[in-house]
Ligand binder design. Structure first.
Ligand code: BG6
Ligand code: MG
Length: 224
């Protein structure tokens, strides 16, 4: 019998409306450092892990810090982000998330999370959906996106071959990671930005799971 199919979700910007909380925290840090930082530049930080994000901001501002300073600013950003996370509730789930998780379960599929955020377990808990996932990949044990590691760790944990996995992502680096993992990539956002994705929907609420699975069935002999 073939293993159950697996749907692997990014967290920030796919399951939860948390991308703007990361932005606000980084904006405070950038202001302290005297670096101009706006929503447009923030787009480049989507899916990028914490220290990598800080290094990108520093490069953008042409500022060099010592390793100790980098660690201290990253820790401070995380403290600001955690203050915001403390106020998260299930109302911060993006529209359509509960419905798609239910749909996946009803089809006998499993769900997992591949997020660059070390705070993912805490955030899933605050959102009240922690028990919906069989596995949450640990970014401390993986190379960051665009490496495929986080997605492959989910497939491994679920004992599901990558060809039977579909990944949902809002970040360019995340789509690359899914494709590198040999999985079907579903982009959430703008198709002009998420060019590498196999299918793009404007939001999770707009995802047509039927279409996604039918598409796979034709291409890969996929069955659920
Ligand atoms: C990603 C976000 O999911 O997680 C990034 O898109 C964030 O904005 C990254 O920097 C790391 O998150 P954390 O919670 O470990 O600092
Ligand atoms: Mg994301």
């Amino acid at each position: 019998m073939s293993p159950a199919a697996l749907a692997i979700f990014d967290l920030d910007g796919v399951l939860a409306d948390t991308a703007h909380l990361h932005f606000r925290a980084w904006k405070t840090i950038a202001d302290e450092l005297g670096i101009y930082f706006d929503e447009a530049f923030n787009q480049q930080l989507k899916g990028v892990e914490r220290i990598g994000s800080l290094r990108a901001i520093l490069a953008h501002g042409e500022l060099e810090l010592t390793e100790l300073e980098v660690a201290a600013f990253a820790e401070r950003k995380n403290a600001l982000y955690l203050d915001a996370v403390a106020h998260l509730t299930p109302n911060d789930l993006l529209p359509g998330v509960l419905a798609i998780l239910e749909n996946i379960k009803n089809r006998g599929m499993q769900a997992a999370v591949a997020s660059a955020s070390r705070n993912a377990p805490l955030v899933l808990d605050r959102l009240g959906i922690a028990d919906r996932f069989i596995f949450v990949a640990d970014p401390a044990l993986s190379r960051p996106k665009p490496a495929p590691d986080l997605f492959l760790a989910c497939a491994d944990a679920a004992n599901t071959p990558p060809s039977q996995c579909i990944g949902f992502e809002d970040a360019v680096v995340g789509i690359t990671a899914i494709k590198e993992a040999g999985m079907r990539a579903i982009g959430i956002g703008d198709r002009k930005i998420l060019k590498e994705a196999d299918i793009v929907f404007s939001s999770v609420a707009a995802v047509n799971l039927e279409e996604v699975l039918k598409y796979r069935k034709i291409l890969d002999g996929f069955s659920t």
